[in-house]
Design a protein around this ligand. Sequence first.
Ligand SMILES: [Zn+2]
Length: 504
Amino acid sequence: MNKAGLYIRLSKEDDIKVMVSESIKNQKSLLLQYTKENNIFVYDIYIDDGYSGTNFERPSFKRLIKDIEDKKINMVITKDMSRLGRDYIKTGELIEKYFPEHNIRYISVTDNLDTYLDNSNNDIAPFKAIMNDFYAKDISKKIRSSLKAKMKEGKFVGAKAPFGYSKDKKNKNHLVINKEQANVIKKIFNLALNGLNYYQIADALTNLKIRTPSSYYDNINTIHYNTWNAKTINEILHNQVYVGDLVQNKRNKINYKIKKVVKNKEDEFIVVKNTHEAIIERSVFESTLKMLPKNVSRLDKKEEHLLDSLMYCHECSSRISVTPRRKKDDRCYTICNYFRTYRKEKLCTSHSNNYDDLELIIVSLLKTKFLKQVNKDKIRNNILNDLKDDDYNLEIKKLEQEIKRINENLDNIYLDKLNQVITLEQYERLVLKMKEELRNNQDKINYYLKLNKENNRDNKLQVIDKYIDDFLNFKVFERILITNLIEKIEISENKEINIILTFK
Ligand SMILES: [Zn+2]
């Protein structure tokens, strides 16, 4: 008996004319009519909407292959060969090798191709596949040039709007401000203007529990996506999109078959100014840029110091920085930036102190000052309160309800089968599907239960207590802590140090 899988694909790249004739609805009705006329049983319909034919990474296509492997179907029908794919090597391999090996009869309705019949049309199959490949090449070229034209008109052509913006619902080539995200962008520029470096800004946002850009874009469990990194901050602070300009054509696909993307040279960028509403004023953006380190690739290599960006010169009020170590055991020293820049002119003096000693003194000073005020129980309770919300009971409850619903449905379709509302075959398929859903949900519940176990109160208390102890013993002394405790450190020519604290 023939059990057919009807495969339907519509690609975003198909142009309007093609779109209408190839629409999902049209393909479906054509295939259903064909199967009806030829008395073919339809096992399932597999639809990939919005997937290019040049690669085979399509969810429904994969499902089709799986059903072939599981011997659920023995026949594949498409409207024409190009629906199967537009890469002649792979499409040819499917039709000439894979299908025969799996005893699959393949029918391409409008190409008049049926691998079961000894049909002279089959000889054309490889040529047809090559034609489709050329078509894809041509289309991809056309798309690229029309994309470039759009970029030059200042139209946004990216797949997703940059963080801080959304695509305009009335015009997908126009960006509008996403208020929630725009506030984060403003905060990042503000922190940078206040002298925080990429790492400090990332730490600050993480501690404030601000959602990361990836948590918006990826549908994966967001609990893993709550840590900001310096690279993201760096990209945001350099992104001209936030002053209202579009900078596009930064990257290019190597060719239409490969997904690999290469970076373009800067003179290939297409820049159009004032295409959308700014989040950051141009003057603010430019003064931030001046403060940022020039050589981005050295970002990771630069040594960081606990007191970075907190030290100021008492005499000229410039920032005081730390000289780099050449070897691991080298000493490093504080130096007034104004002195360093205008060394010859002698506009200030070096303000040189052994940095490691200075850090030690300041940390131990903070320790004595701070320890006096700390109430361990109070800290612990504060932390516990913050953590209260992250157990998974709510998720578990939802999943249990879902399981209950599926079980009720199972009962219902059993009745449908008894009353012959559905066929035995349909019934069996539905049962399989639902059982798989049940399994999935149970797996999820087990996963959450495991997380809950790891997160139980006793465990939490242990971890928190250890953290507090480490903290009070100054084993952990994170930069975010010191920037919260110290407003600034003034260093004078005569080596007097004045620490301005943020607390009384
Ligand atoms: Zn100075």
